[in-house]
Design a protein around this ligand. Structure first.
Ligand code: GLN
Length: 491
């Protein structure tokens, strides 16, 4: 019975709960049990292990009372970067060990208001810096398709939990690809909404001008359900604006009347895309045409500079955002004789190597004398990338690319080479730089270069700002035609 429950999509489970066919408590219990058996290190906190006092933070006064709420009784896994009142929140960092926030992030509060319940907090790369979850201060999460491989990052725990059937849905954050890339590597749907669609209040800041919250789910309908609950203007985040007209549930079955641009820089001519990934990408592009969509090549001339601009801008913002972790306000404190020494010791012990690297890069890029040469220049590149997209969208409704140049790689394979790791985001970084929405859907399976087990490949669709609903709709039609069997993830 509980196996059957665990195969339900969010939309199906919500419908059964609404009709009285399924008890919310029974459904939640099935997932508590599944989550308790987490062998993927996907979850850093589980409601199953929590005390009654802890659990207060997962409930709202109205919990379970109103089955009419759209997500009534739906368990959700929340990336550990979202503050949850009274529940440990680490952002994957040892510096926040033991920290229990006094408030809850708006995105999580809205999910709960819609009836969802927090099932667990997901493992992640420390402060969302990474593409493999190997930068977590709590050990890597594992890919359910092959536990010798990474689930992607930084929302790796969220993706592993959904693909590994520990949760029906999860939320994560995407700054340069951290929702879409792990979704691709784990064979699920992951969406980064338009910047400002979802409030960042209570989401521990990495690079504030890029960070955006979004859903990781088994299909596009579930992604729309979660986004619909979370989007909106929030007085606590002055950059939030919501999505005008809200989010429609996707229903499209063909792609007639829609045009898709394939940017040669991120697809056809891009180097470093694995042969198997390329094949699945080309097959999916052909499917778009079969569904009545128009496909033609386009260009995003500045997109190849996305990685360089991103790795100046994101560390610059991070170096400022992470200054607050000083041993005084949150989590870890290493005592010392002098105040400055206390700061230094705490930060030296609490932050991992990648976070330190980014703080140093960012501080350097912002220092007087270098500010214009690095930060100013990267900002100008960012503008060019946004202009490239605007131009492409004059002609096309959407732009499509592979999500990740490779399928899931082996644990340890890229840890000694930060640049190789950074290139995992080649196709996903341009969209947040432009502030536009993008979604990754599973498009098929492929072997890694050099052979090995067949692993999921993600297909990315990006659209103009606030086209979130239309993009989900197009992705839905394509998803139906692809017919990907997500069950592989539970092997
Ligand atoms: N992998 C990228 C990085 O390390 C993106 C991370 C993210 O989107 N949070 O910064």
């Amino acid at each position: 019975m509980s196996d059957e429950l665990i195969e339900l999509t969010v939309a199906e489970a919500a419908e059964r709960i609404r009709s009285g066919e399924l008890e919310a408590d029974e459904y939640f219990a099935a997932y508590r049990q599944a989550a308790a058996g987490d062998s993927l290190n996907a979850l850093l906190w589980r409601s199953a292990d929590a005390s009654e006092a802890d659990l207060e933070g997962t409930r709202t006064a109205r919990d379970d009372l109103d089955p009419e709420r759209p997500l009534a009784g739906i368990p959700v896994v929340v990336k550990d970067i979202f503050c949850t009142e009274g529940i440990p929140t680490t952002a994957g960092s040892r510096i926040l060990e033991g920290y229990r926030p006094p408030y809850t992030a708006t995105a999580v509060r809205l999910l709960r208001d819609a009836g969802a319940r927090v099932l667990g907090k997901a493992n992640m790369d420390e402060f969302a810096m990474g593409s493999s979850n190997e930068n977590s201060g709590y050990g890597p999460a594992l890919n359910p398709w092959d536990t010798d491989r990474v689930p992607g990052g930084s929302s790796g725990g969220s993706a592993a939990a959904v693909a590994g059937r520990l949760a029906p849905c999860a939320i994560g954050t995407d700054t340069g690809g951290s929702i879409r890339q792990p979704a691709a590597l784990c064979g699920i749907v992951g969406m980064k909404p338009t910047y400002g669609a979802v409030s960042r209040y209570g989401m521990i800041a990495f690079a504030s001008s890029l960070d955006q919250c979004g859903p990781l789910t088994r299909n596009t309908t579930d992604a729309a359900l979660l986004l619909r609950a979370m989007e909106g203007r929030d007085p606590c985040d002055s950059t939030s604006i919501g999505i005008e007209g809200g989010v429609e549930l996707p229903s499209r079955e063909d792609l007639k009347g829609l045009s898709f641009g394939v940017p040669r820089e991120l697809a056809g001519e891009a180097e470093g895309i694995e042969a198997g990934v390329r094949q699945v990408f080309e097959r999916t592009v052909a499917l778009i045409e079969e569904l009545g969509g128009e496909v033609a090549e386009t260009e995003l001339p500045h997109a190849p500079h996305g990685i360089s601009a991103y790795y100046v801008l994101a560390p610059a913002e991070a170096s400022a955002n992470l200054a607050r972790f000083d041993g005084v306000r949150y989590g870890l404190r290493v005592d010392a004789e002098e105040l400055t020494e206390m700061y230094e010791e705490t930060r030296a012990r609490g932050f991992g190597p990648e976070v330190k690297r980014r703080i140093m890069l960012g501080t350097y890029a912002l220092s007087s004398g270098y500010y214009d040469a690095y930060y100013g220049r990267a900002q100008r590149v960012r503008t060019r990338i946004a202009e490239d997209f605007s131009k492409a969208f004059e002609r096309f409704d959407f732009v499509v690319t592979p999500t990740s140049p490779s399928v899931a790689f082996k644990l340890g394979e890229r840890t000694d080479d930060p640049l190789a790791m950074y290139l995992s985001d080649y196709c996903t970084v341009p969209m947040p730089l432009a502030g536009i929405p993008a979604i990754s859907i599973p498009a098929g399976l492929a072997q890694p270069d050099g052979g090995g087990p067949e692993l999921p490949v993600g297909f990315q669709i990006a659209g103009p700002a606030f086209s979130d609903s239309a993009m989900l709709d197009a992705a839905h039609a394509l998803e139906g035609a692809i017919g990907f069997q997500p069950n592989g993830g539970s092997r």
